[in-house]
Design a protein around this ligand. Structure first.
Ligand code: 13P
Length: 283
């Protein structure tokens, strides 16, 4: 069982020149695939529950399942609430025992972003819970929310103000990545990433990992990214392999008849990302 906090894991990643992978999960099968792949690669990993899931399963149930998986795992597994724009949902996650939450108020003006982050930080820190905020915008759509404008780039002075005024633990930065599949090659603003990293001391987070080329992710890690978020390629692999196995099996399958090969395909994607983030053997 893991006894390290996310703060410690991110510090070790920063010192060791790698990043911690954070994967979105929806249910027990993709969650277990992520944990098993991390165990086989001896990599620390973050399991991200997205608020969209809670329309179909409760926050508490989703959290309890992942917390139990973390207790049973042979590598550090940290449960994280991804992209909540609700202070109340963040507080509820803290109450359910999530060790890490994200309050995403990046669509708000700076002062309101700071107010919301501070409200979550005050509550979360009193329970020893790690908090991520966001500055700038992650482009694209999908369940992570949509932003299609051009004003996505995180401003250095805004990042400094948010970190200093809230005491937030880590910061997602809009530097050109998008949620979902890319329709054209992503153009990451490495200069801005470096400027932000020089200006703030907290670990930086890349969202929209799916489809970002390996060399760009690794360049970003050198310039200060310590947590890399990946979701779409996990969901697509899960659903596409489920379809393939169902077609192969025919009618009237039980979940357990088809889930073995499905898990193996998700695990292959997770392992590839662990390779990209250079976190194998770091557990
Ligand atoms: P992708 O779905 O584009 O990989 O992004 C995931 C993410 O950033 C979750 O916060």
């Amino acid at each position: 069982m893991n006894t390290k906090t996310l703060k410690e894991l991110l510090r070790e990643a920063d010192e060791g020149g790698y990043a911690i992978n954070a994967f979105n999960f929806t249910d027990v099968w993709d969650m277990l695939s992520i944990v098993e792949a991390a165990e086989e690669e001896k990599a620390p990993v973050i399991l991200m529950a997205h608020p969209e899931n809670f329309s179909q399963e409760s926050l508490g149930m989703c959290g309890a399942m992942a917390l139990q998986a973390a207790r049973e795992a042979s590598v550090p597994v940290i449960l994280h609430l991804d992209h909540s724009n609700s202070i109340d949902v963040c507080k509820a996650a803290v109450d359910y025992g999530f060790p890490s939450v994200m309050i995403d108020a990046s669509s708000q003006p700076l002062a309101e972003n700071i107010r919301r982050v501070k409200a979550v930080v005050d509550y979360a820190h009193s329970a020893g819970v790690h908090v991520e905020a966001e500055m700038g915008r992650i482009k694209g759509g999908g369940i992570e929310g949509g932003y299609y404008g051009n004003d996505f780039l995180a401003q250095v002075s805004d990042c400094v103000a948010l970190v200093e005024e809230t005491g937030v633990d880590c910061l997602a930065v809009g530097i050109g990545t998008a949620h979902g599949f890319y329709t054209e090659k992503p153009e990451l603003n490495f200069k801005r990433l470096e400027e932000i990293n020089n200006a703030v001391s907290v670990p930086l987070v890349l969202h929209g990992g799916t489809g970002v080329p390996r060399e760009d992710v690794q360049k970003g890690i050198k310039l200060g990214l310590n947590k890399i978020n990946v979701g779409t390629c996990i969901a697509a692999t899960y659903m596409n392999s489920m379809r393939d196995e169902l077609v192969k099996f025919g009618d009237n399958a039980f979940t357990i008849d088809i889930v073995g090969p499905v898990k193996e395909r998700i695990k292959a994607v997770v392992k590839e990302w662990i390779g990209v983030c250079m976190s194998a053997g770091k557990a």
